[in-house]
Each structure stands twice: as structure tokens, then as C-alpha cells.
Write a protein of this length. Structure first.
Length: 73
């Protein structure tokens, strides 16, 4: 299995993000559509999450703290 095949089989990897600009005057509309699609797919959040490596022990600690905060609300 190649890495491209693996990427397609992973859950949530349907990130074919295409916005067609038909007229140069419609660029602003296409930009708004692009931003909306990026927001819907959560690409910015995912990019920020992957920006820095978090060791597994630290990730468990953060997950536990978030769960604790959620329970106390």
C-alpha cells in the first residue's frame, strides 16, 4: 500500500478543496467560498494542533485536564 493510498483510506481525508474562479471580478466571492470550505473541514484547527510535537504523556495530561474542566462546568 503506497502512502497516497493510505492517506485516502484514513478517516476524514476527503479534503479535495477546489474553488473555481470563472471571472476575475468574482475573485472575492471565490475567496469567501474557499475560507468557508477551509473552516468547515477544520483545516486551520488541525494545522494548529499539528504545529508542535506533543509527547504522548503530555497529550494524556492535557486530555485529562480538559475532561476535568468539562465535568466541573
Amino acid at each position: 500500500m503506497s502512502s497516497a493510498d493510505f492517506a485516502r483510506t484514513r478517516k476524514g481525508c476527503d479534503r479535495d478543496l477546489k474553488v473555481v474562479v470563472k471571472d476575475p471580478e468574482e475573485f472575492e466571492q471565490a475567496l469567501r467560498e474557499f475560507r468557508r470550505k477551509v473552516q468547515e473541514q477544520g483545516l486551520v484547527r488541525e494545522m494548529r494542533r499539528r504545529a508542535h510535537y506533543v509527547p504522548p504523556a503530555e497529550a494524556r495530561k492535557i486530555k485529562s485536564l480538559r475532561a476535568r474542566r468539562r465535568r466541573t462546568r
